[in-house]
Ligand binder design. Structure first.
Ligand SMILES: [Zn+2]
Length: 305
């Protein structure tokens, strides 16, 4: 399986969840083995930030990636779309310090990537595969990971709210199945939104980019996109949060009531003992999809396109 990038440069803009101001991104094709690189505009140019588990600086309201003296907020839905559609290499220029929240899902980013097209490159895809079972838990929430040749998630949530309750979804992630979660929107409670606004946070958050709930139901006039939109969005967030791995992660994940914070803590945990839990593999061309341990075959061709 080859690495991919996008076919052409493409931009979008919208409201920033944190600032409430107009912000924008430009996606540009990148060379083989470049990975995902954010270029954050600064007064004197731009600085690069790359996904890494310990480069995630906040994981409450949304995921912020920091490093090199700059940060970029609300990266998770864009990261989920890149991972979901199998884009390995891309430059993301960021204007305004955050990725626009769009409609609170990954739909706009998936559409943007589809419009730009996905281009196969000459070098083989490299992944990090879970190689032994690991369970990570905190405060009754947990994530269990096992070896799997792909990215399979079994996600369960249980919110004591009349509109949510217990919801479960499983997904074997491919560019085709990603559509099951791409348009599921983030959600929040009216009391929390009011509290955040008073604290000057989440200023861009509104009914246009989130499902907002009061104590009894959904306030959005159009209702839900799916009956189980909540668990679909949590799974989307899990794809985006684990996309903070420098290479695509492979494994079978069972996730119980997790969120951005636990997702990142789990990622840090497995990367802290990387040799114990992870193995780097090169997805071989012959036969299609066959996996070969990176250490037992000649190194993947170093390539520039
Ligand atoms: Zn989200």
């Amino acid at each position: 399986m080859r690495q991919t990038t996008i076919g052409r440069r493409i931009s979008c803009s919208g409201i920033g969840l944190h600032s409430g101001k107009e912000v924008g991104i430009t996606l540009r094709p990148a060379a083989g083995n470049a990975g995902i690189v954010f270029h954050v505009r600064t007064p004197d140019g731009s600085r690069a930030v790359r996904p890494a588990p310990d480069a995630v600086t906040t994981a409450g309201l949304a995921t912020t990636l920091g490093g090199n003296g700059v940060s970029v907020a609300t990266v998770e839905h864009l990261a989920a779309a890149l991972r979901g559609l199998g884009v390995d290499n891309i430059h993301v220029d960021v204007d305004g310090g955050e990725v626009p929240v769009m409609d609170g899902s990954a739909a706009a980013f998936a559409e943007l990537i589809s419009k730009a097209g996905i281009r196969r490159q000459s070098c083989a895809r490299r992944v990090l595969r879970i190689k032994r079972p690991v369970r990570f838990a905190a405060e009754g929430k947990w994530i269990r990971a096992e070896a799997y040749d792909g990215f399979f998630v079994d996600y369960f949530v249980d919110f004591p709210h009349p509109a949510i309750g217990a919801q479960r979804i499983t997904l074997d992630l491919t560019p085709d199945t990603f559509s099951a979660v791409a348009s599921a929107r983030t959600f929040g409670f009216l009391r929390d939104v009011e509290m955040l606004h008073k604290a000057g946070l989440g200023l861009g958050g509104s009914l246009d980019n989130a499902i907002i709930l009061d104590d009894t139901g959904v306030l959005n006039p159009g209702g839900l996109r799916y009956e189980d939109e909540f668990v679909r969005h949590k799974l989307l967030d899990f794809i985006g949060d684990t996309a903070m791995s420098p290479l695509p992660l492979q494994g079978r994940f069972t996730v119980h009531c997790s969120g951005h914070g636990l997702n990142n803590a789990f990622l840090r945990h497995i990367f802290a003992s990387r040799d114990l839990f992870l193995e780097e593999r090169v997805l071989d061309e012959h036969p299609a999809g066959h996996l070969a341990p990176a250490t037992r075959r000649p190194a993947a061709r170093i390539c520039a396109g």
